[in-house]
Design a protein around this ligand. Sequence first.
Ligand SMILES: [Zn+2]
Length: 67
Amino acid sequence: MLKLLLFIGVVSAVYFFFFKKKSLPPSNDTSQEEAMIPCAQCGTYVQVKETLMRDGKYYCSRECMEV
Ligand SMILES: [Zn+2]
């Protein structure tokens, strides 16, 4: 009987762990904003929110974009 209780305890602990992990709010939005991507022209890594975009490519500055 004690073994069964222990087994149930372990199973529910594992289940709870996975369930808790899955139900965490997605933090993709903030991490994507902080992500660094290389400039398509000079290769300098810049934050996504600081880049300029043209034709689906990211550029670190107007100078790079207009080359
Ligand atoms: Zn650049």
